[in-house]
Structures are given as C-alpha cells and as structure tokens.
Design a protein around this ligand. Structure first.
Ligand SMILES: *Cc1c(COP(=O)(O)O)cnc(C)c1O
Ligand code: SF4
Length: 516
C-alpha cells in the first residue's frame, strides 16, 4: 500500500480499534480531547495489548487524569515571535510546517495542538515564518518540524524548502520527522531525490523501541542514508516501555546498524496528559551509565528540555566506553587515508570476522588520486554498509575544498561521517577556533562525535562555550583518558526536584517523578 492509502485507512477512533482488539470503553473519552491515529503499518506492529507499540499509540484514560502536567511545558508559545516559529536559541529556530502526524503518539509534547482540526497550520503562516528568518541574519540553522513535515506532499515540502535554501545566512536545514519509524512507506524514491537537492540537509527521526526496527523501517532509513542525508535519532525515555538497560542498548545498537546517530535521549516533558510515561530522573541516569558506547561510533546526549523554555540541558552522567575486545560484531579499522586495495582487504577482513557494523578510523580525507579510479573507492564502500567513517580534523583551516569534495562524495556513498577532535595547546584550544571548526564540519555533513582533551578543565571550557550557543549536533562528547565527561548543569537535586542551569546561567526546576 502507498502511504496515502495507509493514512486514509488509519484507525482513528476506539470503535475502529475494537474491530482488532478488545479496548476499554473509557478510552473513547480520551479521543474527544486528544486525537488518535494508528495507521495500518504501525498497527501491524502491535503483538499484544499493552506492548511497546500499543502504549505509544492507544489512548489511555490516564491521559485525562494528569493534574500536574501543563499544556505547553516548554513555553514554546512565549518564544514565538510569529505563529508557528520558535526562536529560543540565538542561531537557530524551530519552524512548524505541519500539524499532522503519521500516528498520534500518546506522550507527545505538542499534544495540545497536533492533529487538532482547529489548529491547522496554513501556508501563509509558514511563509511569515520564512520572512522572519530572512530578516534575521543571526539564524543559521532551521529545524523544520510539526506535527510531521513529511506528511506534506513532495511539492508542498519543496514550496517551503526552496525559499529557505535561497536565504544566504541559512547554512543548515534539518527535518524532524517520525515517518521513518511510524510510516516508512512515505520515504519514497521521489521524496529522497527531492530532499537531496537541499544539502546540507539533516534528518532527525524518532525510534523508541527495538520492535520498531522492521524490514520497512530499515529500507526507509537506507534510502535516506544512501541519498547522503545524515540521519539522527531522538528517543524519549518512557516508563514501562524503554526504561531499561537492555532495551536501550538494543535500541542504540539498532540505530547504529541502520546508519543513524543516536542524538538525544529525552527525559519526558511535563506535558499535560503524559504523566504516566514519566520516569524518575535518577532512573535515566542509572540506565545511561550502563549503556554500551563505542569510541568510533556516535553516542547520544541525555537531556531535559527545561520546563519554562530554557532549552535542552544535558544531564549525561560520567560514563565510559565498553570493552570492545570481543568485537561484539563491531569491527574498527584504522586507515591513514583511503586507498582502494588497502581498503578492500580491510573491509573483506572485517566481513570475514563477522562484522555487523564497520567503523573506520581515518587519518585523513585525502584520497590517493582523484580520478576515475577513485570512484571505485566510493562504490566499494557502498557494498559494506553499515559503515561509519570517523576522521580527525582539528582546525578550521583543514576544512579545504578538497576535504569538502571528499566528504561530500563519502556522504553521497551513504557513509555517516564523524570527527574526533584532539584539543591541542596553542593550536585549537580557543573556543572560537573550535566553534568555527564544528560549525564548518556540519556544513560538510560531518558530525563532531568526540573531543579528546588531556585536562578535564580545558575540555569542559570548550564544551561550555558551545552548549546552547550552537546546535547540540555541533557539541562533541568530551573524552579525558577513558572517561566520557559532561559539564555539570545540575545545581541541586532533592527527592522533590532537580534544579538545572542552562547555557545562559538561568535556573529551571524539574520535579523528580518520585514526588509526583
Ligand atoms: C530542540 C530545539 C532546537 C534545536 O536544538 P538542537 O540542540 O540544535 O538540536 C531549536 N529550537 C527549539 C525551540 C528547540 O526546542
Ligand atoms: S510524531 Fe512527533 S509530533 Fe507527531 S504525535 Fe508523535 S511525538 Fe508528537
């Protein structure tokens, strides 16, 4: 079935759902307040009542019993200079282009408006948002969201992307979408060939549980990655659904195997109607400490989106990389540069060892000769996916036209690109230099994964100068020795609440679930 048909055949009320499963009658009350939509694909993933798919999609009477939550916990509407545009951080905005989704997630932060027929987003409104962006030269990064932007038709999407692309100060476009997970059939060849006209374009999607990794979602993600679009994932920690070490490890591993960067793991927002999903902050921190991270593969930031609109504040605990001696299906390959024969034998070796994921640590983006011969390098890489390349660019002066050409060819060969920065005294230990480097890398479709520093305080100073002031995608994880360290943004922690400090030095309170 094509995606339009799937959407039309969605289960949109309790009566329709009861044709498939016995459902509590009370649930119908919920749909009067918060819409329901489960498309036939997502519905087919339900194996039994109450499983991870069910909990995300089937209305629950507890949605009406939440006394603590608030409709707009992140104060998005206060930070909206024009309707449908949130300008919270200096250099980037959130632009809402659609009010509909492939499914309505019960835990949604924008539950107050998504899917509400009285809160439709009109074309004129989005055009006003684009006008605002045009008039604000400090905006360099546009996060296109909704609802789900990919519920728009191809030509509607192009209608907004085209003027955004023309704005000189806009360097990066991002689309936030749940479609690769919730309606993978939407990722058509037509869509990806449209999207690839807008590089550097990033897609961040949203998987919450390994049962969402199916043949269809794999295919959708492959198409996106093959079009040279760097893919990231944002996951919400949800009680009784993915709040366990095993589930989260399987999730991260699955994301890697689908060429995705685990980007953010969110503590659930204080959205009214979602209380039954909220975990204790401490639970998330404990889980995070036990996750398996790999030094050549990307790892997520654990964040609380500050109630009241302070932005995303990391609460990532200190942790380490797991012991990779046994390989565990991940083979790391060290290469000085890409030379066809060396690469070929390395990849063959890795495959012989049973590698499920190959991570190449690459000394330099230099390619032996840039002629017809070297097309073979890119073609070879496409045969060994999932394959990651992690390079070592330390200074913005290294971001040359040659590096640009090679990184762009590698991306187009579907390889997610990362960078490991070494903080070196007198070379790049200046926040301005690192900022220029990381933002330049993102323009080249390279994500800064790790910053290695000899001294913790030097590294922390750099991270603090980036966090909030630039996109989280530009903020690497700090590695000192064998520890991964995040600056401490927690001012105070009691049984009742946790007090967080954002990048501007303002403080925000998040209640500890224990007290709710
Ligand atoms: C999440 C968010 C962004 C993007 O944040 P990144 O760290 O760049 O991913 C931008 N604006 C608003 C209002 C947001 O909530
Ligand atoms: S897809 Fe995203 S915006 Fe839509 S209901 Fe789910 S969480 Fe909300």
């Amino acid at each position: 079935m094509d995606w339009g048909t799937l959407l039309r055949e969605s289960v949109a009320n309790i009566r329709q759902l009861s044709l498939h499963y016995p459902v509590e009658k009370d649930a119908a009350k919920v749909t009067r307040k918060y819409p329901m939509r489960i498309n036939p694909y997502y519905l087919s993933l339900i194996k039994e009542r109450g499983d991870a798919i069910w909990k995300q999609s089937v209305p629950d009477i507890r949605e009406l019993e939440d006394e603590e939550g608030v409709p707009d916990p992140l104060h998005e509407e206060n930070d909206s200079p024009v309707a449908g545009l949130v300008h919270r951080y200096p250099d980037r905005v959130l632009l809402l282009v659609s009010d509909r989704c492939a499914m309505y997630c019960r835990f949604c932060t924008r539950k107050r408006s998504v899917g509400d027929p009285f809160k439709r987003i009109k074309k004129e409104q989005v055009l006003k948002g684009i006008e605002y962006i045009r008039e604000h030269a400090e905006i360099r990064d546009i996060l296109i969201s909704g609802g789900d932007p990919l519920l728009l038709k191809d030509e509607e999407l192009a209608f907004f992307l085209e003027p955004l692309k023309e704005i000189k100060h806009v360097e990066v476009l991002r689309i936030g979408t749940r479609v690769p997970c919730a309606l993978p059939q939407r990722i058509t060849d037509g869509l990806v060939s449209l999207l690839r006209r807008y590089h550097p374009l990033y897609i961040n999607t949203h998987f919450n549980h390994p049962v969402e990794f199916t043949e269809e979602s794999r295919k959708a993600c492959s198409k996106i990655a093959d079009a040279g679009i760097p893919l990231g994932d944002q996951t919400v920690l949800l009680k009784g659904l993915n709040d366990s070490v095993d589930v989260m490890n399987a999730l991260i591993r699955g994301l890697w195997s689908m060429r995705m960067t685990p980007y953010y793991i969110y503590q659930a927002d204080l959205t009214k109607g979602t209380k039954h999903f909220r975990t204790d902050v401490e639970v998330g921190i404990e889980i995070f400490k036990s996750l398996k991270f790999h030094p050549s593969l990307p790892m997520p930031h654990f964040v609380i989106d500050a109630p009241g609109g302070g932005g995303k504040i990391p609460i990532t605990p200190e942790c380490g990389f797991y012991d990779v001696i046994n390989g565990d299906g991940i083979e790391a390959l060290n290469l000085d540069y890409l030379e066809y024969n060396v690469l070929k034998s390395g990849l063959e070796d890795a495959r012989d060892k049973g590698a499920a994921i190959i991570a190449i640590e690459l000394g330099s983006f230099k390619i032996e000769r840039e002629d017809k011969e070297d097309k073979r390098v890119y073609e070879l890489l496409t045969q060994y996916h999932p394959i990651y390349i992690n390079t070592h660019l330390n200074h913005p002066d290294e971001l040359t036209e040659d590096v640009k050409r090679v990184s762009s060819m590698l991306s187009d060969a579907g390889v997610p690109l990362g960078d490991r920065i070494d903080l070196i005294e007198g070379v790049n230990d200046d926040p301005k230099v690192i900022k220029e480097l990381v933002l330049g890398l993102l323009k080249f479709r390279v994500k800064p994964y790790y910053l290695h520093a000899d001294r913790e305080e030097d590294g922390l100073a750099i991270i603090n100068s980036l966090r909030g002031f630039t996109t989280g995608m530009a903020v690497p994880h700090l590695v000192v020795g064998d520890r991964i360290i995040c600056p401490n943004y927690i001012e105070e922690k009691t049984d009742e609440k946790i007090v967080l400090r954002n990048y501007q030095g303002r403080t925000f309170e998040y209640p500890n679930a224990l007290s709710l």
